[in-house]
Every structure is written in C-alpha cells, then in structure tokens.
Design a protein. Structure first.
Length: 309
C-alpha cells in the first residue's frame, strides 16, 4: 500500500470510528434490532449470509454490510462459525470451496476434549487461540452429568445462568489474555497477505459473536447492524438447541432443560455488559481498539482497506 493510500485509509478509518462512537451508536441509545427499525436504517435489512452445513448450524460470511463510509464489507474473506468437529464429508467439501487459509479456534482445552478437534479440508490445520469462558463449559457438564434437578436449579436457576453470561462478556474486555486473542485475530485479518480466514468457538455465538461485533464496528458498520448480526445466532441455533433440550429431558438427565436457555441464547443484555465494560475501561469503542487491543491506526487502516470496498 502506498503512503498516500495509507494516509487516506487511515483518515477514513479514524473518521468512521469517530462516527461509530457518537452517542447514537452507544448501547444505551442503539436503535432496536426489530423490523420496525428497517424503515429507518436500510442497512439492517441486508441479508445475513449463512453457509448451510449438516454438522454446523451457525456458519456465516460476515461480508455484505454497508458502512458509515459509504462502502460495503467484502464477502469471501472472513467467516464466523460454531464448532467444526461434527462436519460431514459433504460439509468438508463445502468448506474447502471457501478457500480458507486459516481456521482460528477460540475453544478451551476442555471443550476440545469433549467435542473433538475441527474437521477441516486437507492441508488446513486449526490455530488454537483459547478465550476463557470462566469455567462455564465445565459448570454445564457438571450440572448435566449430575442428573440432580435440585443441584441443576441451584447452579443455573434464579437468574444465575444470566449473571454468569454477563460476567463472561465482561471478561472479553477485562482479561488481558482474552484481549490478546481477539487482537491477534484482528491483526491477521488486517494482514494483506492473509487469505480467507474463519474463526469459531463451540456454539459460534459468544466469543465468536463478540469477535464479529468488534470487527464489524471496527469496519464502521453501524452498531445496530453489528448487533443484529450478533443476535442472529438465536435464529440459526434455535432448532438445534431445542432438540438438545428435548433430548436431555427424554434421557432423564434434566427435568427442567429450560434452565439451559439463558446459556444457549445470545441476548442484548449480554452484549451490553461487554460494551458498558468497554466504555468504563476505555471511554469509547475507539479507545478499546487502540488501548485495549493495542491496534494502531496503521493496522486499523489496513483492516479497513482490505475488508471494505
């Protein structure tokens, strides 16, 4: 990239980020992600591009969103996903067609132990980049395996599951280790020599959801559209998660599997916990990118130049 182009891209990125941190884009005043808001913000009606697979339900191309700068996020460069450990042979063929050169796995070792390693096209190995879930996976396994409805209620009922999720989202911002994993992924995406990249966790909704929210907002996608992408996991995961709850009840392992719903869903409340923490610690989204994630303007400009057309 020429110096003149870098300066232009830097100015565009800085201006876009400044726009993105105006009060209208904060969690407290964000436009609701409902059909009513589509009439006011046409970018919210843009389709979300799911990659249909048999062994994973939340795989998507993050491209296609309009930005404050008048551009559009390029497709075919970055994908978000749930775990890829159950992909079929046909799925692997489909994934192979995406031309991926990197697959980043945010799961912790315990998740890998229970769910298995990614199944990827030949020549592509996963890059392990664990982001803490504050022990949620272990808590969940323990609660279900106990088969004790009283213990399950004590662990997950009475708003405890929701509080657990809010705490996890705050650590996306407060944990230096977690910030380092997200920052490393953003730097790779910004690298002009990096080909198409996919990142994922287990359900593709929390760690992956936050990563995508941050990336889209760094590209000057309106906050309301970034939040809509985040909340869309509920649509893509609904059938699978309902089947899981039904199976747990039928097997007798949980009398009240609805205790899991707060853990299975994404909610605006969870996202707000992270963005509120971000504002408390860094003052603004831009401060989070530069001070929290350590991304300089040159990197942000490269990210914008690569990802936005």
């Amino acid at each position: 990239m020429s110096r003149a182009r870098i300066r232009l891209a830097t100015a565009a990125a800085a201006a876009a980020l400044a726009i993105g941190t105006l009060p209208a884009a904060t969690a407290a005043t964000a436009a609701p992600t409902t059909s009513a808001s589509f009439r006011h913000h046409p970018w919210e009606a843009e389709p979300i591009r799911q990659i249909p697979l048999q062994g994973a339900v939340n795989v998507r191309d993050i491209g296609g969103y309009s930005t404050y700068t008048g551009g559009r996020v390029r497709q075919g460069l970055v994908y978000r996903a749930d775990a890829l450990s159950k992909l079929t042979a046909a799925d692997i063929t489909t994934v192979s067609g995406l031309g991926l050169t990197k697959a980043v796995d945010f799961r912790i070792p315990m998740e890998l132990q229970y769910d298995g390693a990614d199944k990827l096209p030949p020549g592509l190995s996963p890059t392990s980049r664990p982001v803490s879930d504050l022990g949620l996976y272990g808590t969940l396994v323990g609660a279900i395996s106990s088969g004790d409805p009283v213990k399950q209620e004590q662990m997950l009922g009475g708003g405890r599951a929701e509080a657990y999720m809010r705490d996890i989202y705050r650590t996306f911002v407060t944990s230096p280790e977690n910030r380092a994993q997200f920052a490393a992924t953003l730097r790779e995406i910004a690298d002009g020599g990096q080909g198409p990249l996919l990142y994922h966790c287990t359900s593709g909704k929390d760690r992956t959801g936050w990563m995508t929210y941050v990336l889209l907002r760094a590209l000057a996608v309106p906050e309301s559209a970034a939040a809509r992408d985040y909340l869309a996991s509920n649509t893509f995961r609904a059938t699978y998660d309902a089947q899981l709850r039904a199976g747990l009840k039928q097997s007798g392992r949980m009398q009240n599997p609805d205790l899991l719903i707060p853990l299975q869903e994404v909610r605006q409340d969870y996202l707000d916990s992270a963005t509120s923490q971000l504002e408390a610690d860094y003052g603004s989204f831009y401060g989070y990118l530069t001070d929290g994630l350590g991304l300089d303007l040159r990197t942000l400009a490269r990210l914008h130049d690569k990802m936005v057309r």
